[in-house]
Design a protein around this ligand. Sequence first.
Ligand code: F6P
Length: 384
Amino acid sequence: MLRKALPPTQLLPADPMPEYNFKSSRMRIGILNSGGDCPGLNAVIYGVVGAARKLGWEVIGFRDGFEGLLPPGDYMPLEADKISGILKLGGTILGTTNKGHFAAKIGAGDIMQVAPEIIEKTKATLKLLEIRALIIVGGDGSLTTGMQLMDAGIPVVGVPKTIDNDLAATAMTFGFDSAVSTVVDALDRLHTTADSHKRVMVVEVMGRHAGWIALWGGIAGGAHVILVPEIPFTFESIRRAIEAREAKGLHSTMVVVAEGAKFPETGLLTKENRSEGEHRLGGIGEAVAAKISQITRKETRSCTLGHLQRGGSPTSLDRMLGARFGVKAVKLIEEGKFGHMVSYQSYHVDSVPICDAVEKPRLVEPNSEIVQTGRAIGICFGDD
Ligand code: F6P
């Protein structure tokens, strides 16, 4: 098999360590996924291992996110048998965490520096294992950590991951399409029971501070009201929308609310404020349902889809995106494009500097064509 040389890095070890278990003549790269899981992570691993094997490289997968980098290292060699059949699997064979020693974003998205001794320990593990480059599959928090590792001299390439689809510099992240499919399936089911009982059904979806899942899931799932963080809403507007439907003889109403939407006057609802990692959002679905019931006197129920949106098999689009992203990440290493992140633009997989992706989140533009599409088909966004 053809073996290609990697660009020299600061991590090239002088001598293999005595405990070292692998054949030292081989090129070796590492991969980890960090933060919340999402459908398509295994597809990325599949793409990375496939492309690396073609080059004669070995791939080491670190377990449980960055934590697997801490000495002595918690890892598994990703050989052919490990990736067989994983393309269709949800979750990640490597495990992940959004807590631990490497959190670079906490609370409401404040940036924190990873402790220098943790970075030194990471370097020691990578050196011990003779890992020349590290692929980090993550959202903005994990990629921010990745940039800090890069600044410390570790050659890093990033792969954007999140169901929230809120990373700048990439038109789409894998996992989003699977999450939207789950929302659409749930809306289809909830719609029939809402119709039977002439109820208002409020469905809370994930997305953190971005309304992408609510917007796409809501439009594709036939919602009548969509509430997103980017568009402030009033209950007066929602009441009018429900009453207008009633006047037309339409006695059920489907409301989709993003977990990060701001409740009028009180704002964001959180379930848990964390000192390690970002706050957990949630609870707005129930609050919105209670208020709608109070102001319309209609029977109202709420349903929070929660982690159903993160589980299960990836859609074919997410399998494709994941595999393509994985292959591109290996290509970036081959080209020595460290500090870059794979990016999806105009049907093409390219790359951008990681810093372009994590500077600020990509939010729904209130006047965008997609929101206008929703308005044109009669969806209320709670602002008219
Ligand atoms: O970022 C992905 C995401 O699923 C968000 O949509 C959600 O707010 C958060 O993660 C949930 O995190 P956890 O799994 O820690 O509850």
